[in-house]
Ligand binder design. Structure first.
Ligand SMILES: Nc1ncnc2c1ncn2[C@@H]1O[C@H](COP(=O)(O)OP(=O)(O)OP(=O)(O)O)[C@@H](O)[C@H]1O
Ligand SMILES: [Mg+2]
Length: 386
């Protein structure tokens, strides 16, 4: 595929109502990324992977409340409405531990995605859905059956996110460490094939870091001046994205960290010091966040050591980061140092930015590219009628 050379003119010339370009959808536990095959990045980047139900019937008569009342009468909130009214909504998520379980939410979110967000009729089109590397055949078939039956798509391909993230990075062997919002996956891929017996879920994500920060970063403020818990979470996530980093050596970082000033949405200034690195440190010391898990580096080594011995040197030298949480500065070099500390084989962590886009979109970009490769054929899930 002449992926990089695609010009803006070509993109703009495409009419999604007429041109049956395949659709690529990366379903995360928190957000969905979706768009058209052949494009460099997803058009829809942060569709909430949940629908919302109002906790109370909204009052009247302000404009905002009238708008809320419309949503209330429809019965549920979807898409941007979920962000706008998140404090007034109970959320029903699509996935449980990375697997689609809530088919009512799936139906409403997919309808919104196709008809409102991408403005495309999926009937007769090919669809690529990304899935976590531990997906069971029954889960894969369930999602394909749903798409064939409800949207009359012509073909459904279901491809593991790790295979796609690696493909987007121009490799066919390596270990993908995909760190998302609620969970992570450590998945070895050898010559394009996932090694299912070795892959492992890392049961933490960016949300655990944000929760740690929300609990700790505001303690310097007087009790009554701290943000409400729901606001605290959103502010803490912004602090993580803007100021967070992983220390090379947390035992000496206390002598050299630099305090930064963060401006809160209400204009107040907050000094953030040690928590800049102590938050992300939960990945390497999950106990800080109250989780009895092995640290990330231990789980990466254990995953590679479960693979056949002859593959291990290749895998240790190609540990590929993917997912939004992998964007925390310093994560790659610290992981490399910790993994290397206990193995003699050379260890290399790669931090690809496919097409200059964020690693948060690696799996989606791999799906967009794979439509031009015959490698995709093996992921076709044939029509399964009810
Ligand atoms: N620049 C950044 N620095 C640090 N963290 C980031 C950055 N950008 C996004 N994140 C974090 O990445 C997470 C979202 O990552 P991603 O989009 O890969 O998750 P997901 O695919 O929706 O979820 P999951 O992989 O759990 O199913 C959030 O927790 C967010 O806080
Ligand atoms: Mg993801």
């Amino acid at each position: 595929m002449n992926h990089v050379a695609q010009t803006m003119d070509e993109k703009n010339a495409r009419d999604p109502f007429v041109d049956p370009v395949p659709i690529v959808i990366d379903i995360g536990s928190t957000t969905i990324k979706a768009g058209f095959a052949g494009e460099e990045c997803p058009r829809c980047r942060d569709l909430p992977a949940a629908i919302g139900f109002f906790k109370h019937k909204p009052g009247c008569p302000s404009d905002v409340e009238r708008y809320m009342l419309d949503i209330f009468e429809r019965g549920y909130a979807v898409g941007d409405e979920v962000y706008l009214h998140r404090l007034d909504l109970n959320l029903n998520f699509l996935c449980e531990r990375g697997v689609v379980k809530n088919w009512d939410a799936m139906d409403k979110i997919m309808r919104y995605l196709f008809y409102t967000d991408l403005r495309v009729d999926p009937a007769g089109r090919s669809l690529l859905i990304t899935y976590n590397p531990a997906a069971q055949q029954a889960d894969i078939e369930a999602i394909a059956r749903f798409l064939y039956n409800m949207f009359h798509v012509s073909e459904v391909y279901v491809v593991p996110q790790a295979v796609l993230a690696l493909y987007a990075s121009g490799m066919d062997s390596g270990v993908v460490v995909d760190l998302g919002d609620t969970t992570g996956w450590i998945a070895p891929v050898y010559e394009g094939e996932l090694i299912p017996a070795a892959n492992q879920q890392f049961a933490m994500g960016g949300r655990d870091i944000t929760q740690y920060l929300a609990r700790n970063v505001f303690t310097s403020l007087p009790l009554l001046e701290r943000p409400w818990p729901s606001d605290a979470f959103l502010i803490a996530e912004d602090i993580l994205v803007k100021l967070g980093y992983v220390a090379k050596d947390p035992s000496t970082e206390a002598e050299q960290y630099v305090e930064k000033i963060y401006t809160m949405p209400d204009g107040r200034e907050l000094a953030v010091g040690t928590h800049r690195y102590l938050g992300p440190e939960v990945l390497f010391s999950p106990r800080i966040a109250g989780k009895s898990l092995d640290p990330l580096d231990v789980q990466v080594r254990a995953t590679i050591d479960r693979c056949p011995a002859e593959m291990r040197p290749d895998l240790y030298s190609r540990i590929v980061l993917a997912g939004g949480t992998s964007l925390i500065p310093g994560l790659g070099s610290r992981l490399e140092k910790e993994v290397q500390a206990r193995v003699s084989t050379p260890v290399k962590i790669l931090e690809p930015q496919p097409f200059g886009q964020s690693r948060q979109f690696s799996a989606w970009i791999g799906g967009s590219m794979m439509f031009s490769s015959i490698k995709l054929r093996r992921y076709l899930v044939n029509f399964i009628g009810d």
